[in-house]
Ligand binder design. Structure first.
Ligand SMILES: NC(=O)c1ccc[n+]([C@@H]2O[C@H](COP(=O)([O-])OP(=O)(O)OC[C@H]3O[C@@H](n4cnc5c(N)ncnc54)[C@H](OP(=O)(O)O)[C@@H]3O)[C@@H](O)[C@H]2O)c1
Length: 312
C-alpha cells in the first residue's frame, strides 16, 4: 500500500508547464520544496496541483541559487513553503558542509527570491535550535543556543531567511512523525514487532507532532491576509508533553504490541549529536493570532497509527 502511494506520487514530480498553469493561477502559485519528505507529502494532500509547484530533488535543488531564481522567473509564485531540509541529526555532525548548504544557503536563496518577487517565504525550523536548559516552554523570542551541528545550521537558516525576506515566517516544530519516510514512531513499530523489550530515553522532554497537523496549520499563513506584525517566528507542535519513552510506550499500546519499554537515561544511549533535554515549544502565538486549535499528541498519534497499521 505504501509503495503504491509513493509510486503514484512520484508521477507528480515533473513540474507543470508554466503556460498551462497560468490560467488557473490568477492568485499566483505556491512553491513547495522538499515535497517528497514527511511534511511535503502531507502538503500534497492539502494544496491543489493546479496552483502548486511540488518540487524535490532532482527537479529543484534549493542549494542552486540559479535554479531557484529561474523557477521564480518562470512561474508566478506568491508563496514558498520550504519543507526541504537536511534532517539526519547525527550524520550532520560529520557532514556539516552539506547540512549548511541545505539548511542555511538553500533557505537563503529561496528567501532572496521571495523578496525579489514579492512572495511570502514560509520556512520550517526545529526545537533543536534550543539547548534544552529551560524549565518552561520555549517562547518564539527565547534565545537560540543549539547543541548540535544540525541545530546550528537550522538556527543560522532561520536568521538568513528573516534577514533576506521582509515577508518571512519561520515555523519551528518538534519530534515530527508521519506515515512517510523514517521517523521514531515507525522505528518503534518495527522494533516493537521484533523484540520483547526495548530501552528508550526517558530524560528528554518534548511534544511529538504529526506532520499532517503541521501541514494543516501552515495553511493559515496562505489563507489569511498577513500584515507587518504577523511576520517572524511561530511555534507549532501538538499539545501536551512527553518523553521518548512515553511516546514509545504509547506506540506499543496503540499498536497492541507486547514489547516492554524500559526507561533509560540519555547517558546510556550515546549518539553523535547532543539533543536538548527539554524542547517543549510555547505555541501561544500561532493559537492566539489565528485562533488555531491544536490537537493533543496522544490523539494525533492514534490517528496516524490507524493509518500506519491499516496500510501494512
Ligand atoms: N523530522 C523531525 O523530527 C523534525 C523535527 C523538527 C523540525 N523538523 C523540520 O521540519 C521540516 C520538515 O522535516 P521532514 O521530517 O519532513 O524532512 P524530511 O522528511 O527529511 O524531508 C526533507 C526533504 O527535503 C529533500 N531535500 C534534501 N536536500 C534537498 C535539496 N538540496 N533541495 C531540495 N530538496 C532537498 C529531501 O530529499 P532526500 O530525502 O532525497 O534528501 C526530503 O525529501 C524540516 O525543516 C526539518 O528541519 C523536522
Amino acid at each position: 500500500m505504501l509503495n503504491l502511494i509513493l509510486s503514484t506520487m512520484t508521477q507528480d514530480r515533473r513540474l507543470p508547464d508554466p503556460g498551462r498553469n497560468k490560467p488557473f493561477s490568477s492568485g499566483g502559485m505556491v512553491l513547495v520544496t522538499g515535497a517528497n519528505g514527511q511534511l511535503g507529502l502531507e502538503l500534497r494532500r492539502l494544496l491543489s496541483p493546479q496552483t502548486t509547484l511540488f518540487t524535490d530533488l532532482p527537479e529543484l535543488d534549493i542549494t542552486s541559487a540559479k535554479a531557484v531564481r529561474v523557477l521564480f522567473e518562470e512561474y508566478p509564485i506568491r508563496a514558498c513553503i520550504n519543507a526541504a531540509a537536511y534532517t539526519a541529526v547525527d550524520k550532520a555532525e560529520t557532514e556539516s558542509d552539506l547540512a549548511t548548504r541545505i539548511n542555511v544557503e538553500g533557505p537563503q536563496y529561496l528567501a532572496e527570491a521571495c523578496e525579489a518577487f514579492g512572495a511570502l517565504m514560509l520556512h520550517i525550523s526545529t526545537d533543536f535550535v534550543f539547548d534544552g536548559k529551560a524549565n518552561k516552554p520555549y517562547g518564539t523570542n527565547s534565545p537560540v543556543s543549539p547543541l548540535s551541528v544540525y541545530g546550528q545550521t537550522k538556527a543560522e537558516g532561520e536568521s538568513r531567511v528573516l534577514h533576506a525576506c521582509s515577508r518571512a515566517i519561520v515555523v519551528r516544530t518538534s519530534w515530527l512523525y508521519s506515515q512517510w519516510g523514517s521517523n521514531f514512531v515507525k522505528t518503534m513499530l518495527r522494533l516493537g514487532a521484533e523484540r520483547p523489550a526495548l530501552g528508550v530515553v526517558s530524560d528528554q522532554h518534548g511534544s511529538p507532532t504529526w506532520a499532517r497537523d503541521l501541514a494543516g496549520a501552515l495553511m493559515v499563513f496562505l489563507e489569511q491576509e498577513l500584515t507587518g506584525e504577523d511576520f517572524g517566528i511561530y511555534h507549532y507542535a501538538n499539545a501536551g508533553t512527553t518523553t521518548w519513552h512515553g511516546l514509545a510506550s504509547a506506540v506499543m499500546a496503540g499498536a497492541g504490541l507486547p514489547c516492554v519499554v524500559n526507561p533509560i537515561q540519555t547517558a546510556e544511549y550515546p549518539t553523535p549529536a547532543r539533543r536538548p533535554a527539554w524542547s517543549v515549544l510555547d505555541t501561544s502565538r500561532i493559537q492566539e493570532r489565528f485562533g488555531l486549535p491544536i490537537p493533543r499528541w496522544e490523539d494525533s498519534l492514534k490517528e496516524c497509527l490507524t493509518l500506519l497499521l491499516n496500510s501494512e
